[in-house]
Design a protein around this ligand. Structure first.
Ligand SMILES: O=P(O)(O)OC[C@H]1O[C@H](O[C@H]2O[C@H](CO)[C@@H](O)[C@H](O)[C@H]2O)[C@H](O)[C@@H](O)[C@@H]1O
Length: 342
């Protein structure tokens, strides 16, 4: 692809990441979309590798290295064969905060020309199976990426999936059920959303400057534009309020997670990690396993991909914060530069 990237030597520094998994109804989870017990690893018929939890301390320790460790082609080739262009390789790329910098409001964060030309180059590569795996809804993904015909688009964290179109720009969207997920309960979304929408609207009224985004399988409270000093306290209150409401109304299938300046109530069995594993396993089953897999993301929902990834996957966290990923890019720009080397 176009630019060769900057091969300015390697750094040997690394960071130790510690993840706490303690969760109560009164305090939001530190990483709320990470599964908290082994049972959840069998959802959708996909058995995922168990997390390595030290039960005495309830802590998880990992080493995350700077992405600059892969500056040399020799280092990169351990995860991603650069020479053999026949081997099929897969990219699972989150959008907001990963491929694209954040904006104050979702509608402002449309893809730039620079990003679109990077994705167009990936689209033309017969050896690369690209997936955009996002919390955005299908309409946003189709509007901005629908013409990338070799891309698989995955919306609402996995709820909707649109396979490549083989040159035909007319995209079809399928429910996660078709990929081994449980969509039986999707019909009742209207009910839990009605209950939570009312509560979320009153949270917006209490927090001027915040707003609600409604998607098919979720409701999002956006608070990036909250001007008050103690945003943290408001977010904790909102989380507790919605969680208590779910408990009171027996809304067991709803997951309340806190992401980058948003709080999202969504159908709990839909997870990016499950979708990524399922798609990779299907390839292997049909005799064309991926020679390499890269998963990149910035947020709690992306941690499910990092958790589900076998050790040979190239997992990249973008930005600060706790992570299960093996590598860290400081910014979306650094990730885009990295991808342009492929
Ligand atoms: O999985 P992603 O593609 O990272 O989507 C996660 C959420 O992204 C969007 O919100 C975030 O980006 C906005 C635009 O930069 C920003 O204003 C907001 O504060 C961020 O939280 C999107 O609106 C959500 O629906 C996604 O779940």
């Amino acid at each position: 692809m176009h630019s060769p990237g900057n091969c300015s030597g390697t750094s040997t520094s690394s960071t130790i990441t510690v993840l706490s998994q303690a969760t109560t109804l009164n305090s939001p989870p530190v990483m709320s979309s990470l599964p908290t017990d082994a049972e959840e690893f069998f959802e959708g018929g996909v058995e995922l590798s168990p997390m390595k939890v030290d039960s005495s301390e309830d802590l998880l320790r990992l080493t995350t290295q700077p992405l600059s460790m892969l500056d040399s082609d020799e280092a990169l080739q351990q995860f991603w064969p650069l020479v053999d262009r026949d081997l099929p390789k897969a990219l699972f790329l989150d959008y907001d905060g990963t491929l694209r910098e954040f904006e104050t409001r979702p509608e402002l964060a449309v893809p730039t020309d620079e990003l679109l030309s990077l994705l167009a180059a990936l689209n033309d590569r017969p050896d690369i199976r690209s997936h955009i795996i996002s919390g955005r809804d299908s309409s946003f993904l189709e509007t901005h990426f629908g013409s990338l015909n070799s891309f698989t688009l995955i919306a609402e964290h996995g709820y909707h999936i649109s396979p490549p179109t083989d040159g035909n720009c007319q995209r079809k969207w399928e429910l996660w059920e078709h990929f081994g997920g449980d969509a039986k309960n999707f019909a009742v979304h209207r009910n839990w959303k009605a209950t939570l929408r009312e509560a979320m609207s009153s949270i917006v009224a209490d927090n001027p400057g915040s707003s609600i985004e409604e998607k098919q399988s979720s409701l999002v409270w956006h608070y990036r534009e909250l001007v008050e000093k103690d945003t943290e306290a408001s977010v904790q209150q909102a989380w507790a309020r919605l969680s208590q409401l779910c408990a009171r109304e027996h809304l067991k299938d709803v997951n309340i997670s806190i992401g980058n300046k948003y709080l999202e109530a969504s159908y709990r069995t839909v997870r990016k990690g499950l979708v990524m594993r399922r798609l990779c396993e299907e390839k292997a089953l049909f005799g064309e396993p991926f020679a390499a897999v890269l998963a990149a993301g910035d947020d709690v929902s992306d941690e499910t991909m990092f958790e589900a990834a076998p050790p040979d996957y190239l997992t990249i966290k973008v930005g600060d914060g706790q992570t299960l990923a093996s590598f860290r890019a400081g910014t979306p720009h650094e990730l885009r530069e990295f991808l342009s080397r492929f």
